[in-house]
Design a protein around this ligand. Structure first.
Ligand SMILES: NC(=O)c1ccc[n+]([C@@H]2O[C@H](COP(=O)([O-])OP(=O)(O)OC[C@H]3O[C@@H](n4cnc5c(N)ncnc54)[C@H](OP(=O)(O)O)[C@@H]3O)[C@@H](O)[C@H]2O)c1
Length: 319
């Protein structure tokens, strides 16, 4: 089958580690199902894998990709939850949590094998392309906003790095839930786009906000951390899921303890979070923001766009 995989690791030039070519089809395994992938989507995680973050050389070659929608062996339309091992279904009870493409081959392929418990029904209201955007970036944003920061309609949230996959997810989900969303971006065009997607305010990266916010969706890391700490209200929450620009900022501990700020880490979400997100999208009409679609054979173009930070929203890959 055709697949996109890390053939080696390349810390500084991730695309040098990418190959697109034939890989063996998944083998049958008890309590696992092989899904025919109809659409997958790219995440920054794929670039981290090519750089060798979380992938050891003995695990190579490794098929990339953490989310997909497709067809299960019984013909049903499904969405793949990409977190394996969190609850023991389909793997040993003591197996630590991993994401697809870390221990088990990922979704950037014609076929992917996952624990059967990781399959959720695809709502008929969503296309395969839309559904394939949800299980990583949208799931993470959903958990940050509603499970971890526990935001309610009328509250305010700052979303750092407006163009990213997680960030655009937080904008559209937050706006649909009645939150007052403020974004930052280095790009004027991306700030404009965020306003058109439902953000109430858009400022340059690092600019002072008109008022402090109830919570921050932080995925940028070093470049925005100090601004996040300064922008949240006393007692507010910073939900952090990534560190694209580096993870060694000053911790701003004095502000954190003096203002009693809660810092909460988030990695993806549970199967229940994903089911709730799918229902949210089906019922509200909210759809993921799609930057572009590329065929699997040309996934290099999509990853180059992601690496350059040129996208707004999700890049979908069609096998
Ligand atoms: N923990 C989890 O479960 C989880 C899930 C999903 C993602 N993540 C992590 O979250 C991060 C974002 O993921 P993604 O897929 O949304 O990535 P992405 O689509 O590549 O977005 C990254 C965004 O960060 C901003 N950015 C990058 N470098 C910056 C800098 N130096 N200064 C200011 N802003 C900068 C950019 O926004 P602007 O161009 O608009 O400024 C960019 O669009 C990644 O590190 C990823 O690994 C974690």
């Amino acid at each position: 089958m055709l697949a996109a995989y890390a053939a080696r690791v390349s810390p500084d030039t991730p695309l040098d580690a990418l190959e697109v070519g034939e890989r063996p089809e998944p083998e049958e395994r008890e309590h696992w199902s092989t899904v025919e992938v109809r659409a997958a989507s790219l995440n920054h995680h794929d670039l981290w894998s090519l750089r060798g973050v979380g992938l050891r050389s003995e695990q190579l070659p490794m098929i990339l990709g953490t989310d997909a929608a497709g067809v299960a062996p019984d013909g049903t339309e499904v969405v793949v939850h990409g977190v394996v091992g969190a609850d023991g279904h389909g793997v040993g009870p003591r197996e630590p949590r991993t994401l697809l493409s870390e221990r088990y081959p990922g979704t950037l392929a014609q076929l992917v094998s996952v624990p059967t418990a990781n399959l959720l029904p695809k709502p008929p209201e969503l296309t395969y392309t839309e559904a394939a955007c949800l299980p990583t970036a949208y799931l993470t944003a959903y958990r940050m906003l509603f499970s971890v920061a526990a935001l309610r309609p009328g509250q305010s949230v700052l979303v750092q790095g407006a163009g990213g996959g997680v960030a655009t997810a937080a904008v559209v989900l937050g706006a649909a839930a009645g939150l007052e969303v403020t974004v930052t971006s280095r790009s004027g065009a991306k700030r404009e786009r965020a306003l058109s997607l439902g953000a109430a305010h858009a400022v340059e990266t690092g600019a002072r906000l008109p008022a402090r916010v109830d919570a921050v969706v932080e995925s940028v890391g070093q470049a925005t951390w100090a601004h996040s700490v300064r922008s949240v209200k006393p007692g507010g929450t910073i939900a952090v899921c990534g560190a694209t620009s580096g993870d060694a900022p000053p911790a701003e501990l004095t502000r954190i303890f003096f203002q009693e700020i809660a810092v909460r880490g988030v990695t993806m979400g549970t199967r229940e979070d994903l089911a709730a997100l799918l229902a949210f999208c089906a019922r509200t009409g909210v759809r993921p923001v799609i930057d572009s679609e590329v065929p699997l054979a040309r996934v290099r173009d999509g990853l180059a766009r992601l690496e350059a930070g040129a996208q707004t929203g999700k890049i979908v890959v069609v096998p």
